[in-house]
Design a protein around this ligand. Structure first.
Ligand code: SF4
Ligand code: SF4
Ligand code: FES
Length: 233
């Protein structure tokens, strides 16, 4: 089946962006990631009008929705390129853009280090041996599934890479540590930092819940983290 792949391109953060269109005539079962691989494998790569094109920069690690690296805007929606298949999209034009809330590196690659910096600020680590209560196992497991892909931050009205609000990755990941940490003073510290980095700034619109490509129960983990950090202290 013939598709038009429109890609927003930019060779460096300080250069102008432009759109480039490519033709893809292949299986409709292909993922967007597979299409990008196919385009970059062409020798030479030319655009839909036969003009020479540079290889398309994008990131991937696992190709099976496990690493979060391939997050990008697909037809305007933040999704993982390896788990979006052409036959699930409307029409035959596919538009690819980098996530807009993070500093651009090149083409579809953005710098998501702010995610990890925010987790460091919250002190998201254990200072004691982990206490593993059986009754919280399922919720802790869901918490540990976060890919740190940034899709939830892309749709969050309160998150910006320059601001101090950490977004939904905070409640999703804090829940696990708050439950496993046995060092009382670190739990208190973590709770206070969580309150400042998330609880005080979240508008509870919950667009983060619907967009998560890993289908993590963001709302449930937010309620649980709020209860553990704020209400039960
Ligand atoms: S909660 Fe979901 S959308 Fe947000 S970073 Fe984790 S996996 Fe990605
Ligand atoms: S509930 Fe709304 S404000 Fe809070 S993290 Fe989710 S998208 Fe952002
Ligand atoms: S390449 Fe790992 S989630 Fe897509």
């Amino acid at each position: 089946m013939a598709y038009q792949i429109r890609i927003k391109r930019q060779s460096a953060p300080d250069t102008k962006s432009y759109w480039q269109e490519f033709s893809y005539d292949g299986s409709a079962d292909a993922s967007v990631a597979a299409v990008l691989n196919e385009l970059n494998g062409r020798m030479p790569l030319t655009d839909a009008f036969g003009n020479p094109a540079k290889p398309i920069s994008w990131e991937c690690g696992c190709m099976v929705r496990k690493c979060g690296a391939c997050a990008m805007r697909i037809n305007g929606v933040p999704r993982l390129a390896c788990s979006v298949f052409l036959n699930t999209l409307k029409g035959t034009t596919v538009t690819l853009e980098p996530l807009s809330k993070f500093p651009l590196v090149k083409d579809l690659v953005v710098d998501r280090s702010i995610l990890f910096e925010n987790m460091k600020k919250i002190e998201l680590w254990l200072k004691s041996d982990a206490y593993l209560a059986e009754y919280t196992h399922e919720a802790r497991y869901q918490s540990a599934r976060c890919l740190m892909c940034g899709c939830c931050l892309e749709v969050c009205p309160n998150f910006s890479a320059e601001g101090s609000f950490a977004g939904a990755i905070a409640p999703v990941n804090v829940y696990r540590i708050l439950n496993e940490e046995q060092d009382h003073s670190h739990r208190e510290e973590l709770s206070a930092k969580y309150k400042a980095a998330f609880f005080d700034g979240c508008g509870k619109s919950l667009s983060c819940q619907d967009i998560c490509p890993a289908h993590i129960p963001v709302e449930e983990l937010t309620v649980r983290s709020n209860a553990a950090a704020i209400w039960r202290r």
